[in-house]
Design a protein around this ligand. Sequence first.
Ligand code: NAD
Ligand code: GLY
Length: 363
Amino acid sequence: MSISNRRVTVPLTNRSYDVVIGPGILEQAGSLIRDAGLNRPIAVVTDERVEELYGQKLIASFAAAGFSSSLHVVSGGEPAKSFATAEEVSESLAQAGVDRSSLVVALGGGVIGDLAGFVASIFARGIPYVQIPTTVMAQVDSSVGGKTAINLGAGKNLVGSFHQPALVIIDTETLTTLGPRERNEGLAEVIKYGVIADRSLLDAMEDVSQQSLTEIVERCVRIKASIVAEDEKEESGKRALLNFGHTIGHGIESAAGYGKLLHGEAISLGMRAAGWLSTKFAGLQIGDYHRLIRLLRQLSLPVVLQDEIPTAAIMERVFADKKFHRGEIRFVLTSEFGSAFVSEKITRTDLESAVESLRESIA
Ligand code: NAD
Ligand code: GLY
């Protein structure tokens, strides 16, 4: 392993694993997997775009480390998080002879990570998998923590499992091929970490360079690892803090039609709504709410909700969401950036008002 790689452990007793971070480490993937003791035939799941960019490099790294591997490519984008694509991938794995002695490798963004992780959790009643995330979104958030999912028409991520990866390999150099839209939607989750856990990340968001991204990714991974270690299955309320902006954000993403808004774009709107509710119910300073909006706009993320997405459709999805506890909404608020808490005091009417507040344009 190169001396410059950074390593973060997610401590979960017998399911602990490492997240290895560094620019250019994709070509070490084979040796990193071997060093982690995962000496198994490999099935790579990826999407068309990522396969074109990084598929051969990864396969070459596996061959150099003595692994046999097969490649399973799906069309990308949010619609791939479906039963139909999970079935397509499962059939493809079966045809390639993948069995309980195999290892799934998810190469791509959060969609591929969630989909391949879900398939790995049910194929042959569960096989190990490795995450190799290639978007900001997946590197700072979705590849760590073991949440896997596909969507239903009724709502986002409604079918899924907790299935921790055996290793996460983050090559921050892969972020250089992202378009600005994909890069910026991922940075929405960095803003989330700044709001809920470390306000200095918000300062780092004022000017993001490729060089500072590796540092930012590592800081986010450390926050996520410590939250997941404390509350792996979102039971105590600690992990629920990661849902800041996601209750309304998921409702908007689903009501817009999967793939219309990128995940981070919907979360941008959801964070504005959560910020607005925080000024009303948690004492967040109005100046901080405006700073949040400014940071989101600086990344060209949407902060005003389009009229075509009706409030009723959003509310229907919000109430199909998993973020409920015995019928109560568990809504994440912040009183001051750098910390957050779960409130069960937010009513349906409050949520509707927050969605409506998103229709007000900002000068
Ligand atoms: P994505 O996976 O759809 O990727 C966005 C686009 O970027 C795709 O078209 C992909 O082909 C392309 N791409 C990926 N890597 C690239 C690269 N290096 N260069 C060029 N193009 C590249 O979207 P995403 O934002 O990464 O992930 C969103 C998903 O993640 C959502 O479904 C969301 O629910 C999920 N998510 C899950 C968790 C979790 O804890 N499991 C957390 C956050 C988000
Ligand atoms: N992205 C939310 C979580 O992992 O819990």
